[in-house]
Design a protein around this ligand. Structure first.
Ligand code: ARG
Length: 459
């Protein structure tokens, strides 16, 4: 048991209490951030004269050697220490003696852990943004390639109107675009340095908090020391953004699973991203998409857990806050893995253009356009709706699509139909006449794709 605080105790800690209290098993993830924060802290301490330049250099050398040994595996972060902060400080004192005992001057573990977690989270925000950027590039590639690939658009999972694959992909581009923007908002708001808040009430040493903040690439120091040590809003915001990203991935996965099913066959997932069955030799399962969908629960869980942990905590630091880590780390890792795997699956997936086009045709997705044809020739919309309804019934009975009927069959239902009906309700016409901003028509999509590209270039 290596503790930093034995002074006022007359008995040693019960082993179970020690284990329950310790956080090293998970906060060792913060090692790099802890060392980085300590470097900035001692540079600042020396600059304001709280320690000498010599002591600063000794501490910096000590931190370098600890870091090198941890990275090489020569030094292991073990449960012999209560937390990562104790690990670094104890090893520093072991290596450089008395100067090491000055590292913690003007600092508390409360502002130290607040800093470490913030630095770690900031890196994770950036890594998540990068992964999303790559996914957006993959989606954009599919949009460019499939601007004229017709497929049915659905509402209620019933075929509704013809769209293109580019249009469908464009919807996901928008979702992930907003996710990227959300992350950049969060980064901006969280980018203030809590170090120097002390335990809760700052410190009597003449700390230069602006300098520490600058050394650690923050916009500035946090403004209130009680908030500095006890704010976990930034992490809640990030977990909320991660939950939203995962919700988007899960929705997308659900579609891939449906499209990949034997009934739809819109897509084929690459062998590298599929798995087989131990008993059914014919099976090729979309496990990656299912796992991405399935992992959504644990990401929501992390958000709910931290919101619940924080809701009853009086100011300032309380040990409850140690619970901010494990599930958050898990959510960060899970979402990044899901983005990368989903991206790979999407990039290698093949789209069965003929099957999609045929499905759009067979599903009466041009029924609205057929009604509009009548309306344009003077039939009131409500009557046109009824006529096309009858037409659809007739088609179902004959197992044909609307454009497969002869002009005589069409005229028997409404004499308004003429030869130009066929062109008016072809899938290509139905799609390409839809030119409002955001619609699937070729020109509208060209505009959308250009805007998407500009967005990616701006990142
Ligand atoms: N392991 C603690 C945490 O994660 C570090 C801060 C401990 N501070 C304290 N006063 N016990 O929150």
């Amino acid at each position: 048991m290596a503790q930093l605080w034995g002074g006022r105790f007359t008995k040693s800690t019960d082993q179970m209490v020690y284990d329950f209290n310790a956080s090293i098993s998970f906060d060792k993830k913060l090692f790099a951030q802890d060392v980085r924060g300590s470097r900035a802290h001692v540079k600042m301490l020396a600059s304001v004269g709280v320690i000498t330049d010599e002591e600063r250099d000794q501490i910096l050398d000590g931190l370098d050697s600890i870091e090198a040994d941890v990275n090489s595996g020569a030094l292991e972060i073990t449960s012999e220490y209560e937390d990562v902060h104790s690990f670094v400080e104890a090893n520093l004192i072991d290596r450089i003696g008395d100067a090491g005992k000055k590292l913690h001057t003007g600092r508390s573990r409360n502002d130290q852990v607040a800093l470490d977690m913030r630095l770690y989270t900031r890196d994770q925000v950036d890594a998540t943004s990068q992964a999303l950027k790559h996914l957006l590039e993959t989606i954009l590639g599919i949009m460019e390639e499939h601007i004229d690939t017709i497929m049915p658009g659905f509402t209620h999972l019933q075929k509704a109107q013809p769209i293109t694959l580019a249009h469908h992909m464009g919807a996901y581009f928008e979702m992930f675009r907003r996710d990227v923007l959300r992350l950049s908002d969060i980064r901006e708001r969280m980018n203030y340095c809590p170090l120097g808040s002390g335990a809760l009430a700052g410190t009597t040493y003449p700390l230069n908090r602006d300098m520490t903040a600058e050394l650690l690439d923050f916009n500035g120091p946090t403004l209130n020391s009680m908030d500095g040590v006890s704010d976990r809003d930034y992490l809640i915001e990030f977990l909320s953004a991660l939950a939203t990203i995962q919700m988007h991935l899960s929705r997308f996965s659900e579609e891939v699973i449906i499209w990949n099913s034997n009934e739809y066959r819109f897509v084929e997932i690459d062998d590298a991203y599929s798995t087989g069955s131990s008993i059914m030799p014919q099976k090729k399962n979309p496990d990656i998409a299912e796992l991405v969908r399935g992992k959504t629960g644990r990401v929501y869980g992390a958000l709910t857990s931290l919101l619940t942990t924080m809701k009853g905590i009086p100011l300032a630091y309380n040990k409850d806050m140690q619970e901010d880590k494990e599930m958050a780390f898990d959510a960060m890792e899970t979402v990044q893995n899901c983005i990368v795997l989903f991206d790979g699956m999407l990039a290698t997936m093949t789209f069965n253009k003929e099957v999609m086009a045929e499905s759009a045709k067979k599903g009466f997705t041009n029924a609205t356009d057929a009604a509009d044809y009548l309306v344009n020739r003077g039939v009131p919309f409500r009557d046109a709706h009824g006529i096309i309804g009858q037409l659809v019934l007739y088609c179902i009975d004959k197992d044909k699509s609307i454009d497969e009927l002869s002009l005589e069959e069409l005229k028997a239902i409404s004499p308004v139909f003429e030869e130009d009906i066929y062109d008016s309700i072809s899938m290509e016409t139905c799609v390409n006449k839809r030119l409002t901003t955001g619609a699937p028509g070729h020109e509208a999509m060209t505009f959308e794709i250009k805007a998407c590209k500009e967005f990616l270039n701006s990142l």
